[in-house]
Write a protein that binds this ligand. Structure first.
Ligand SMILES: Cc1cc2nc3c(=O)[nH]c(=O)nc-3n(C[C@H](O)[C@H](O)[C@H](O)COP(=O)(O)O)c2cc1C
Length: 341
């Protein structure tokens, strides 16, 4: 099995789950972890918000920040523009839930960029240097990583330079999303820039962007020489992608396994959210879980009627009982929109 070491943390695989705002809460992280993700991240957490009102931020982010033992090690992602605040927030988290601190240098949302945070940091390498130096001092020994893009815009591609700065200030790994900030989430991720980052530093470079199948992961690793891969949208409704990456011979999920996974995931949602938030959360995940499976389109049509957890669980039951009553020739055994996972 391929391994990856980031600072003092040894991971038992090269594929990790990306931070996704509104998605990678504790239940989601546990599902991908169970299927073989080697590392999970919280969504981006504001350093300013955390420090201004730690109690409030913690309760807002409760399921985002607090980890179940099955999720360990947990990387907490911080965003902010002020080196001193980022360092203090990192220390606070490292003393509580975080096993690794990750710095967001990729968020392209205008509200974030206007404040000089997220991908805007890539336009200010000196600030990056200062920030990482302060953070490194504040959390000595705790793995520190950076998630960046190819650059702020197509005409400002500087990921290799930012990677060198990160390495120079003691970061333990960099995750490079091969799209620029201006590109957002559309268009192809550029593998050439990831290769340039690999050449620029000795710390592990993790590739991100457009990795939707085990074959994508294998090809990005051989084309760029990167040390690991981070899966984002490719894992939505498809936690099994991590099993397939780890073990290409692993079985594809059949309908029974899909149902069991959904029910387990939903039972965790039920434990951590109140019943209305739980219903909304289940509905969101059902959209993804139902993609590319027989009857999925019909199920998605009914989702608007789901207002609470009881309705969500009923929809799952109805959907799978229909499947069980049509066992032969109905399931695709895990074929997702033409992609074998
Ligand atoms: C809904 C959504 C939320 C995201 N939230 C975060 C976040 O909180 N922090 C972060 O670094 N990246 C975030 N990203 C970016 C992903 O982590 C990843 O870099 C990006 O989706 C590219 O990978 P992909 O092409 O495999 O989806 C988000 C992306 C999406 C689609």
């Amino acid at each position: 099995m391929e391994k990856l070491k980031i600072g003092r943390i040894s991971l038992d695989g090269i594929a990790m789950m990306a931070p996704l705002a509104g998605v990678t809460d504790s239940p989601m992280r546990r599902t991908v972890k169970k299927m073989g993700a080697s590392l999970v991240f919280t969504e981006m957490v504001s350093a300013t918000g955390l420090l201004k009102s730690p109690g409030e931020a913690r309760s807002f982010h409760y399921h985002l920040l607090s980890a179940h033992p099955e999720e360990r090690p947990l990387a907490v992602q911080l965003f902010g523009a002020e080196p001193e605040l980022m360092a203090r927030a990192a220390r606070l988290l490292a003393e509580t839930d975080a096993d690794m601190i990750n710095v967001n240098m990729g968020c392209p949302v205008p509200k974030v960029v206007r404040r000089g945070e997220g991908v805007a940091l890539m336009k200010d390498p000196e600030r990056v240097r200062l920030m990482l130096a302060e953070m490194r001092k504040a959390i000595a020994g705790v793995p520190l990583t950076v998630k960046l893009r190819s650059g702020f815009a197509p005409e400002l591609i500087n990921a290799p330079e930012i990677c060198r700065i990160a390495e120079g200030e003691g970061a333990d790994a960099v995750i490079v999303h091969g799209r620029s900030g201006k590109q957002g989430y559309a268009g192809r991720a550029d593998r050439a820039v990831i290769r340039d980052c690999v050449k620029a530093v000795k710390i592990p470079v993790i590739a991100n962007g457009d990795l939707k199948t085990p074959a994508d992961v294998a090809s990005v690793m051989s084309e760029t020489g990167c040390a690991g891969a981070m899966i984002a949208r490719g894992a939505l409704g498809n936690p099994w992608i991590f099993r397939a990456i780890k073990n290409p011979g692993a079985p594809r999920p059949d309908m029974r396994e899909r149902k069991e996974m959904i029910l387990w995931h939903f039972s965790m949602i039920d434990q951590v959210y109140d019943q209305y938030d739980a219903g909304a959360c289940m509905r969101k995940f059902l959209v993804w879980y139902s993609k590319g499976i027989p009857g999925g389109i019909e199920l998605r049509r009914e989702l608007s009627g789901i207002k609470n957890k009881a309705a969500a669980l009923e929809a799952v039951d109805k959907f799978f009982s229909h499947e069980e009553s049509h066992p032969a020739g109905q399931g695709d055994g895990g074929l997702r929109e033409g992609i074998l996972i």
